[in-house]
Design a protein around this ligand. Sequence first.
Ligand code: SF4
Length: 199
Amino acid sequence: MIGVADSVTLRQIGILEALAQRGNEIINPFVPEMTEGIKKDQDKRREFINMMRKTFASDVFITGTNAVTVDGNIVNIDRNGNRVAGIIYAAPRVILAVGRNKIVKDVSAAIDRIRNVLAPAHAKQKGYKTPCAEKGKCYDCNSPDRLCNITLILEKKPLSTDISVVLINEDLGLGWDPGWDETRIAGIRDDYYRYSWPF
Ligand code: SF4
């Protein structure tokens, strides 16, 4: 059984379809049928949360990641916690699919990029009411919609979890350096919006 946390990268590379075609059972709460209406419909929300919890009982947990540093740290900021919990202690085997655009110099650069590039774009797409969605940079908010509730810096392999990081030589998922060529940034942003939707 394979558990999934939300990841545009996974959708872009088509891995979930490939796994389903070969007969793997996949628990993926992050499909429009599961997320539609969860902000207003409490029954749907409970169903969605229950399905997220089921991903923790999987044999393999797969997702993307916010940033990987040149010196080997994996950095993720999470609102809900299902992704970071899944990465460190859900399944015995974890696979992270990471595009080349997620590589940054160090932890400080990772957090800066997550809060000032990823979070504003993500909040805007999901319809969250945060200052970053409106103004394009982090104000370390106390919004009920705050995305940055949990920061996970994975320095080494967790004791009971094998983690494979699959680096892919393509721009995938959300993340760029503001100094990059505007065409490259626009391509990453457009692909992100194509493969994600408001909750
Ligand atoms: S702390 Fe608030 S303003 Fe800053 S990036 Fe996170 S959600 Fe946006």
